[in-house]
Design a protein around this ligand. Structure first.
Ligand code: IMP
Length: 202
């Protein structure tokens, strides 16, 4: 079976992808493991475009079948924002995850609760020659005004899984990896991943 490259530089995502792929029989590497440093501009107008752009760039640079995701948080009261711009959602230069959470809460302050929202992930799996396949996953919940939990990354401390009564940051890794948008997208991608990796890599 060919090796899969996890095509992301986001440490939070790498940790999750490693867990999600463990036990699947798929052999994978990270960009750091193959000394690949690549930044891809996420300038597409859809999750698909961005995921495809990342997967193809990493596949061409490495010669390996590559899996990238583009994900985001969509808040209903904000018309789906920050959505595609989730990673860059703050007016502050050099903003970090906490700044982005604070900016989101500031924008929601005067809106009636519950602040229903969902995370979305689109996964693209690309071959170096350009063939590409997609899979998607969503996870529904609501934004809460105070941070809870230490796990995960990004908007996890303010994203409540309403039925569970826990934020994404309060979940054990194993639990997040059963319920999250990324987990669902990886599960949906599993058959096509196995198929692509078992065929000749070109
Ligand atoms: P991108 O997919 O690299 O464009 O980044 C998506 C952004 O959405 C991340 O930087 C986070 O801010 C947010 N995001 C995506 N998935 C998650 C998640 O599982 N938890 C929290 N935030 C997430």
């Amino acid at each position: 079976m060919n090796k899969l490259l996890i095509a992301t530089n986001n440490e939070g995502k790498i940790v999750e992808f490693k867990e999600l792929l463990a036990g699947s029989g798929i052999e994978f590497v990270t960009p750091a493991q193959i000394n690949l440093q690549l930044e891809v501009d996420e300038d597409g107008s859809t999750y698909r475009e961005n995921a495809a752009k990342k997967a193809i760039a990493f596949a061409q640079a490495s010669g390996l079948i590559s899996l990238a995701d583009d994900s985001g948080l969509e808040v209903d009261a904000l018309g789906g924002a920050p959505g595609l711009y989730s990673a860059r959602y703050s007016p502050k230069p050099g903003a970090n995850d906490r700044d982005r959470r604070n900016f989101l809460l500031k924008n929601l302050k005067d809106k009636p609760r519950p602040w229903t929202a969902h995370f979305h992930a689109t996964i693209a799996v690309a071959r170096p020659a350009g063939e590409i396949e997609f899979a998607e996953g969503n996870c529904f919940g609501e934004i809460i005004p105070e941070e809870r939990g230490m796990g995960g990354f990004g908007y996890d401390p303010i994203f409540l899984l309403t039925e569970l009564g826990k934020t994404m940051a309060e979940l054990e890794m194993e639990e997040k990896n059963r319920l999250s948008h990324r987990a669902r997208a990886v599960m949906a991608a599993m058959p096509l991943l196995k198929k692509m990796l078992s065929e000749k890599n070109s």
